[in-house]
Design a protein around this ligand. Sequence first.
Ligand SMILES: [Zn+2]
Length: 215
Amino acid sequence: MNEALITPITLSASVRTRVKIPIHSRTSKQRFEAEMVTFSGLSDIGEHLAIVFEPLNRSPYVRVHSECLTGDVFGSERCDCGEQLDEAITMLGKLGGILLYLRQEGRGIGLYNKLDAYHLQISQGLDTFEANQAINFPEDMRDFRVAAEMLQALGIFEVSLVTNNPDKIAQLEKNGIRIGNVIPTGVFVNNTNHSYLRTKIDKHHHTINLGEEPQ
Ligand SMILES: [Zn+2]
């Protein structure tokens, strides 16, 4: 968005394998033709995945989703990751675009540490970020450079980014991806995740409208 922030850098990742796999949205039950893409030469060791939905235009819709096993797979109500992932699949499947699925479980601290942090949140009343600090991790260890590497390996240098997170915008721009548009994601509030979403807004300036406070 701000051209002054964009610094061209040389990234060395390349596509490793492309596999066509039909997938479906769990809520809308719609079926989509998808291509799962793996990479060589990414700057961290995670097995990150791009899921490509044709057609791709000059500035395709892109959603960067960080892995959340509890939310994505098991429908945990402590966060809204599963709903956000399903919304992204439905939108990108209909319109075309790329889902970048980053293996950064628990804001990069890993599954077991995330569950330790949940335990502290429940037992001591800490919020997500305070709990991470209490177990000696930064409040957010995610690094979105790898998302820029994946896009560049796919030949994508400008995107319409689907996000409420200003940090994703800044990190992609810093790593050479032009942000043509920003499309906000939906918000999926329940009684359990309300304080988690409130913390995202208060501490990380996410652009989320929570609407009515749940009862
Ligand atoms: Zn989650």
